[in-house]
Design a protein around this ligand. Structure first.
Ligand code: URA
Length: 223
């Protein structure tokens, strides 16, 4: 049976549990659990992959170079970091920044699921392949999925490149992130057109509309 935090109604309580978590091997090498940071009532929630070295040291997501780029791209659309909530798929740093493994993601995803439910954002922005594939339940890559706002469990999901990809890939990737964040701005402003929205069934594996906003079966498991 899937672990569930449905009984937890306050984000800080969930953070206390996560900070003591030993469910996967990542706890052995972490310095800090990077649970998430920002406005717990945010309209926009951003989901990255997993903490890097600086995040592990400080216990705060996106404080390194990727985070600085993310902050400045958010600023361009009139959003401050303090306006959003930022979390990751895995809350502990994978050693030497390797990709998170499936077993680690599986153990960690109940935290993310409850974070999304409690924050209840209007838009979830997924950065890169890991968060996008997990939340849209697809194997399709970010390059194909980005550029669209997906209707997702009674809210929107906007997939975009990870800022680390922009740091490697230069202005073209950065501009694609800008284009995607413009969709986020349009969502917040209530002016997203139908042509910019796709039902999440457009992803390779269909993601049905959620019947309610409670008990979200976000990751395709029985709730
Ligand atoms: N990359 C991520 O995906 N998350 C962080 O918190 C930092 C870098």
């Amino acid at each position: 049976m899937t672990r569930s935090y449905d009984a937890i109604e306050v984000l800080d309580e969930l953070a206390v549990i996560a900070r003591a978590c030993t469910l996967c091997g990542l706890h052995e090498t972490r310095t800090n659990v990077v649970f998430g940071a920002g406005d717990s009532d945010a309209d926009v929630m951003i989901v990255g992959e997993g903490p890097g070295q600086q995040e592990d040291e400080q216990g705060i997501p996106f404080v390194g170079r990727s985070g600085q780029l993310l902050d400045s791209l958010l600023n361009e659309i009139g959003i401050e970091r303090s306006d959003v909530y930022i979390a990751n798929v895995v809350k502990c740093r994978p050693p030497r920044n390797r990709d998170p493994r499936t077993d680690e993601i599986d153990e960690c995803k109940p935290y993310l699921r409850r974070q999304i439910e409690l924050i209840d954002p209007l838009a979830v922005v997924t950065l890169g392949n890991f968060s996008t594939k997990l939340l849209l339940r697809t194997t399709t890559g970010i390059t194909r999925l980005r550029g669209t706002a997906y209707e997702w469990w009674g809210r929107y999901l906007v997939p975009t490149f990870h800022p680390a990809a922009a740091l490697r890939g230069g202005e073209r990737v950065t501009n694609d992130i800008r284009t995607d964040l413009a969709l986020v701005r349009a969502i917040i402003d209530g002016r997203l057109s139908d042509t910019e929205t796709i039902e999440s069934g457009a992803a390779e594996t269909p993601v049905p509309e959620a019947p309610t906003r409670t008990q979200l079966d976000l990751f395709g498991e029985p709730s």
